[in-house]
Ligand binder design. Sequence first.
Ligand SMILES: *Cc1c(COP(=O)(O)O)cnc(C)c1O
Length: 399
Amino acid sequence: MSLAYGRPFGALPGPSVIPDRVLRAMHRPAPDIYGAALADTTAQIKIDLQTMARTTAPALIYIGNGHAGWEAALNNIVNPGDHLLALETGRFTKGWANVAERLGAHVERIDFGARAAFDPGLVEDRLRADRAHKIKAIVCVQVDTASSVLNDIPALRAAIDVAGHSALLAVDCIASLGCEPYEMDAWGVDITVSACQKGLMTPPGLAFVHIGDRAWAARQSCQSVTSYWDWAPRRDPEMFYMNFFGTAPTHLLFGLETALQMILREEGLENVWHRHKVLSDAVAVAVEAWGADGPLECNIPNRAERANSVTAIRTGTVNAETIRQWCDTQAGVSLGIGLDFEEKDAPDHPYVFRIGHMGHLNPPMVMGVLGTVEAALHANDIPFGNGALSKAARIIAEG
Ligand SMILES: *Cc1c(COP(=O)(O)O)cnc(C)c1O
């Protein structure tokens, strides 16, 4: 017998829960793609995306997922043979670095493992050693969605400045825009990549690249820019279709317009950040309480390095799929799988699952997921410490 009949719930680290209002905004006839209304919607979205990333750098919109955003960012700055430095803290910088290699870049990777943030001091040392300033750009993520680590971008900027290095700083905020505080201009980031299906609560299909002045200058000496990925027409479109190099993604734009309205003009961005912080802390204390007397633990031991948007949970000797499958079939909750955990002496079963807590989410949704995971532990005779939900409730009460 299953108790899953009810509204299915995705506690995934993307795509995230889509607000009904965003769905409804998309439920309308196809618009005139040469009309003023769609042009107005697009113009407002471009302004709102700047507000989201706290920047005056123009936002370019690509029809595509986060991987498309990666390619859009690098296609305009990487010439074959250019040197890049990739700071790996889980899966996602690795993926971005692979894109860079296919564009012909020579990528040097520093692997900080999957359980901690990058170390800006180490990056500073590497940059100091690069006296000729061969490294053209540094690529990294603010949140790695696989490890659920939060990297300290201002500390990285400071390290680059102390080293006196000219490398561009390119940051993937796909799993953190609208979840974590982010200040593109104040932090001196040159390129920000994001997408619509995580903190921005919109069905997948739009990627965003913010390009700062130094990045724009670098594009002018890039020989390998191709038509579709070119920043130039999207940055300074002479006609509306140039924003998208073809037909606009009409309904995704309507959905996104409403999502940005909800974030920026109804809830307010700082409240959004705070809500994510509190809900993330609630998940963390619950996992810690379970782990006090059982195999579960947060993948990121250092609290200050935990993301607000996703929590990776290690299950040690227990097969993580047992928990995930039970939640899915018995309770209608989808949890995220573990991604790319290939450690020395690792168990030969999956030993990580993830709870996504990004976007359109409030306390009953998070408490529901935590209660369901606890039920899965009961049902499968997995030992756990007491008081997890009570501790989570206290965090929420202190808000
Ligand atoms: C989800 C994600 C991506 C990839 O996005 P896709 O839409 O799946 O291509 C890249 N980086 C980070 C940090 C992500 O969370």
